[in-house]
Design a protein around this ligand. Structure first.
Ligand code: MG
Length: 155
């Protein structure tokens, strides 16, 4: 058994789509980033890679590479999963937390699980996504951006 941990944060930016866990969520602003800035997918990618001892998202999919401009993070997640499986691991489960004051995460978690499930080739019931606020404290509390944390267990 191997456990991995991932964290990511992106700031809000006007004029971009908000994509979390591969789902487009109606909101007044999206997140800034070189790829689609899917902060949840990025945390999951780092958890999975970390558990397998496979470096991290920044080294595998560098934001200086034009190939990853506006890239779908689900595609990057599927690629990370392929690398992990190629090392002889099986993903057992993912647990994750998305931290923001808004939008509300709970109404979208089932669709996010379906998207992450397809990218990871993992049953949706083995994926957990929870939304939390920081009760107004810190950068998520000031509505400056969204953070995400994820753990992955590999066999
Ligand atoms: Mg990121």
């Amino acid at each position: 058994m191997r456990v991995g941990f991932g964290f990511d944060a992106h700031r809000f930016a006007a004029g971009r789509k908000l994509i979390l866990g591969g789902v487009v969520i109606p909101h007044e602003s999206g997140l800034l980033g070189h790829s689609d800035a899917d902060v949840l997918a990025h945390a999951v990618i780092d958890a999975v890679l970390g558990a397998a001892g496979l470096s991290d998202i920044g080294k595998l999919f560098p934001d200086t590479d034009p190939k990853y401009q506006d890239a779908s993070s689900l595609t990057l997640l599927a690629e990370a999963a392929r690398l992990v499986i190629g090392k002889g691991f099986k993903v057992t489960n993912i647990d994750s937390v998305v931290v923001c004051e808004e939008p509300k995460i709970a109404p979208h978690t089932e669709r996010m699980k379906q998207k992450l499930s397809a990218a990871l080739n993992l049953e949706p019931e083995r994926i957990s996504i929870k939304g939390k606020t920081t009760e107004g404290m810190g950068f998520p509390g000031r509505r400056e951006g969204i953070a995400a944390y994820a753990v992955a267990l590999l066999e």
